[in-house]
Design a protein around this ligand. Structure first.
Ligand code: FAD
Length: 509
C-alpha cells in the first residue's frame, strides 16, 4: 500500500471551505472548524440575513463536547445565551391523560457486578424505573448539576445539557467564529459554478460576487439551496412515520422557580414543549395539519400555557417536512442542519445532528479530491445516526395509548425493520442490540420503554437468578446514595443566580 507523503498531502489539501447559510448550523460549523488551527483552512460564511428558523432551545449532553471543542467556559456560554441546565425530559399525558414519565440523561441506578441495572430492576418493577435515577431525583428537587464545591457524579458523567435562547446562541457562535478569523459575506447565493466533473467551484451571489472554494457546506436551512442544485430528488421523507408537520411557537413568562428539565405535554394532535430559559419560557405546539387546523392549534396551546403566556410576543407558525437527504455528501458539497434533514424536536436532536455532521466531517476530512469512498463512509454513518434518531422519536408515539384520532393514526405508521427488530428483541429478552454512539443509547430506550409501561416478557437469567434479598438491599442503597448526593447539590435557582448575576424579575406561581 502507498503511503501519501505529508508534502503531497499538503499540496492537495482543502484550503477554502465555504458555508452557505448563517443560521445555527452555519455558525456551529464555522465555529467548530475554525477552532482547529491545525487544519489551516480559510472559512467563509455567506448569509442573506433573511433570518433562520431561530428555534432550537433545548440540547442534549453532546453540547458539552461542543463547548470543549470551542474551548469556552460553560458559565460564560450560559450568560451569553440566557441558558439554564437540563437534566432530562418530562413527558406529560403521553401514555394517557394523567400519566407522567421521564427520559433522564445518564444511566439509571448503578451497575451491579459490572452490568446495567435495568435487568435487575425488572425482577421487581413495583417501584418506577426512573425513581432510581440521580438525575430524576435532582430534577424534581429543582437542583443544579453543579456542586458549589468539588465534583459530583452528574458532572463526572458529563450527562447534563442546557436550555438556551436560540437567537443568542447563533449570535454567540458567530462572534466566536469571527474572532477565529472566519470571513462573513452578506449576500444571497443565487447560482453555482461547476467544473466538468460536476464539482462546485464557486457560489454566485445576488450582487454577482463569486466566492470560490474547495469544499462547500450547505447550511441554508429547509430550502437546501445548494444541495438541491447539485442533486435534486435526494430527499427521503419520514412523513409516513412522523405525522407532525407544523409548529406554532409562543413565549411565556419565566417562573419563579426554573425547572432543570424540559417538559413535553401531549395535546390532541401532537405535543407542546416548555423550555425554561433564564428570563422567559419558550413553548410551542408541534402538530399534524391533517388533524388540527392552525387556528385551533393556536387556541389549544394558548389554553395549555394559560396565564403564563406573554401576549406581547406574536405567535410564529412554522411548517416543516421530516426526512433526510439520501446523500448528505455529494461531490464536494455536504449538507448540515435543516438542509440535511429534520426529525421533529421531541428529543432535542437538531443541534446534536449539526454538531455530529461537522465532527464526522472532521474525522473524514479528505484531500481536495473528495473521493467516492470518503463520501460513502460519511453518508452511511450520517444515515444510520439520522435513522436511529428517527426510530427513537417515533417510538414515543408507538407506545402511547391515547385515543384521539391523531394518536391512533400515529400508532399505525410505518416502522423501520431496525426498530421492529429492536422491539422484538427487547420484548423477548429485555436487551437492545448495538446502537450508534452518536444516536440515543440503551439507557434512553430503557427510560422510555419502562416509563411507558412496556416491559419485556422476561429478564436475563443472571438477573432473574440473583439473590432477591441482596438486590433489595442494593436498591435501597442506591436510593440512599441519591438522597445523600442531593444534599450536596445547590438549588438550580441558586446556581443560576451565581452564573447570571442578579435574580431576574419573574412571575410567582
Ligand atoms: C419547531 C422547531 C423546534 C426545534 N427545537 C429544537 C430544539 O429544541 N433543540 C434542537 O436541538 N433543535 C431544535 N430544532 C432544530 C433547529 O431549529 C435547527 O436544527 C437549527 O435551527 C438549524 O437550523 P439551520 O441553520 O439548518 O437553518 P436555518 O435556521 O433556517 O438557517 C438557514 C440560514 O441560511 C440562510 N440562507 C438560506 N438560503 C440562502 C441563500 N440562498 N443564500 C444565503 N443565505 C441563505 C438563511 O437566511 C438562514 O440564515 C427545532 C426546529 C423546529 C422547526
Amino acid at each position: 500500500m502507498n503511503h501519501t507523503s505529508s508534502a503531497a498531502q499538503r499540496s492537495s489539501q482543502i484550503r477554502d471551505i465555504v458555508i452557505a447559510g448563517g443560521g445555527t448550523a452555519g455558525w456551529i460549523a464555522a465555529a467548530l472548524l475554525s477552532a482547529q488551527p491545525a487544519l489551516s483552512i480559510r472559512l467563509t460564511v455567506i448569509d442573506d440575513e433573511s433570518g433562520g428558523v431561530g428555534v432550537g432551545e433545548a440540547s442534549i449532553p453532546s453540547l458539552l463536547r461542543l463547548l470543549r471543542w470551542l474551548r469556552v467556559d460553560e458559565f460564560e456560554f450560559m450568560r451569553a445565551c440566557d441558558a439554564t441546565w437540563k437534566l432530562g425530559i418530562q413527558f406529560v399525558d403521553w401514555l394517557q391523560p394523567g400519566h407522567t414519565c421521564w427520559h433522564m440523561f445518564g444511566r439509571c441506578g448503578a451497575e451491579i457486578d459490572g452490568r446495567d441495572f435495568f435487568p435487575f430492576w425488572l425482577t421487581d418493577p413495583s417501584q418506577s424505573y426512573h425513581s432510581f435515577s440521580l438525575h430524576y431525583a435532582a430534577a424534581i428537587a429543582g437542583k443544579s448539576p453543579h456542586s458549589t464545591q468539588g465534583s459530583n457524579p452528574l458532572i463526572q458523567q458529563g450527562a447534563y445539557a442546557f436550555h438556551m435562547d436560540a437567537g443568542k446562541f447563533a449570535g454567540w457562535l458567530k462572534s466566536l467564529a469571527l474572532s477565529n478569523g472566519v470571513r462573513h459575506v452578506s449576500g444571497r447565493m443565487l447560482d453555482i459554478e461547476r467544473d466538468e466533473q460536476g464539482h462546485v467551484k464557486a457560489l454566485v451571489l445576488n450582487d454577482r460576487t463569486v466566492i470560490s472554494g474547495d469544499l462547500f457546506l450547505d447550511c441554508s436551512g429547509l430550502a437546501a439551496s445548494l444541495t438541491s442544485r447539485i442533486l435534486p430528488a435526494n430527499w427521503q421523507s419520514s412523513s409516513d412515520r412522523l405525522l407532525c408537520d407544523r409548529a406554532v411557537v409562543i413565549r411565556s413568562t419565566a417562573r419563579s422557580q426554573i425547572p432543570p428539565f424540559t417538559s413535553s405535554q401531549a395535546l390532541s394532535a401532537g405535543w407542546m414543549w416548555s423550555i425554561p430559559l433564564q428570563n422567559q419560557t419558550g413553548s410551542g405546539y408541534v402538530y399534524s395539519s391533517q388533524f388540527v387546523n392552525d387556528e385551533s392549534a393556536l387556541d389549544e396551546v394558548i389554553a395549555a400555557v394559560g396565564r403564563w403566556r406573554n401576549p406581547d410576543v406574536e405567535p410564529r407558525l412554522l411548517q416543516f417536512s421530516t426526512g433526510r437527504r439520501r446523500r448528505f455528501w455529494h461531490h464536494n458539497v455536504i449538507s448540515a442542519g435543516l438542509a440535511a434533514g429534520f426529525v421533529e424536536p421531541l428529543e432535542s436532536s437538531g443541534l446534536h445532528l449539526i454538531q455530529t455532521a461537522v465532527e464526522e466531517l472532521l474525522r473524514y476530512l479528505p484531500d481536495a479530491t473528495c473521493g467516492e469512498s470518503v463520501q460513502q463512509a460519511y453518508n452511511r454513518t450520517m444515515a444510520r445516526i439520522f435513522d436511529e434518531v428517527l426510530d427513537f422519536v417515533q417510538l414515543h408515539y408507538l407506545l402511547s395509548r391515547r385515543n384521539d384520532a391523531f394518536w391512533q393514526a400515529a400508532r399505525s405508521t410505518v416502522i423501520s425493520e431496525d426498530l421492529q427488530h429492536r422491539l422484538q428483541l427487547y420484548r423477548e429478552t429485555g436487551m437492545l442490540d448495538e446502537l450508534h454512539p452518536a444516536a440515543f443509547p440503551d439507557a434512553s430506550y430503557y427510560f422510555l420503554l419502562a416509563g411507558m409501561q412496556q416491559l419485556p416478557e422476561r429478564s436475563s437469567l443472571l438477573a432473574a437468578n440473583a439473590d432477591q434479598q441482596t438486590l433489595r438491599e442494593i436498591r435501597a442503597e442506591m436510593l440512599n446514595q441519591n438522597r445523600n448526593m442531593l444534599r450536596e447539590l445547590p438549588l438550580h435557582e441558586e446556581m443560576l443566580q451565581r452564573v447570571h448575576g442578579t435574580a431576574s424579575k419573574r412571575m410567582t406561581p
